[in-house]
Design a protein around this ligand. Structure first.
Ligand code: 5GP
Ligand code: MG
Length: 183
């Protein structure tokens, strides 16, 4: 199966059909939570693009969409611990129901930092949604409200997640061969 996806892939962790099924049920969970309330979605670029695209058109409630760019990784596989918000959202969040969407929650430092910024704008509510969660790696005090999958402590790529900006287009979540990470 791995080689059918990409020659650099060692193991597929989550297949494309499983991802699609889970995102459909996640959209229902989110819809049940908000009812008819309008939700302002802030999505963290670039990693969450593919996930958000699949999730967004399944959400039943009215939405507004904006983006934020945050960086902590550079081209490595471990967080630098320093999170920089390099481009903020433009919409006003005051009094709004805000849903922050990211690809993966690892140390949690990125989401925590962005959540702190959002709270300064006094939203009516703030919730978080991630496709993947690595709970054993958590450093920051943050619990996601909506989680697609919990995964083990492995650096994963695909479905929007990259290694040095590559592999975002893989249709599944996968672990690369060790020699690729070392190169
Ligand atoms: P955190 O601040 O929670 O440690 O890291 C969040 C960001 O690090 C994510 O938005 C993602 O861009 C990146 N990241 C964390 N774990 C992984 C991983 O396993 N694979 C990839 N490709 N990126 C990751
Ligand atoms: Mg990211």
């Amino acid at each position: 199966m791995s080689n059918a996806v990409h020659p650099d892939v060692e193991r597929v962790l989550i297949t494309e059909p499983r991802i699609h099924r889970r995102i459909a049920s996640l959209a229902r969970e989110i819809g049940d939570c908000y009812g008819d309330d309008e939700v302002t979605i802030i999505t963290v670029l670039n990693g969450s693009m593919v996930f958000l695209g699949e999730l967004l058109h399944r959400l039943p409630m009215p939405t507004r969409l904006d983006t934020v760019v945050a960086r902590s990784y550079g081209a490595g596989t471990t967080s630098s611990g320093r999170v920089r918000i390099s481009r903020q959202w433009k919409l006003s969040l005051r009094g709004r129901h805000v849903l922050l969407v990211d690809d993966i929650l690892d140390t949690g430092l990125t989401m925590k930092r962005i959540c702190d910024h959002i709270r300064r704008e006094r939203p009516a509510s703030l919730r978080t949604c991630v496709l993947l969660d690595k709970p054993m790696r958590r450093v920051a005090d943050i619990q996601p409200d909506f989680v697609g999958f919990e995964i083990p402590d492995k650096f994963v790529v695909g479905y929007g997640l990259d290694f040095a900006e590559r592999y975002r287009n893989l249709p599944c979540i996968a672990v690369l061969k060790p020699e690729i990470y070392r190169a």
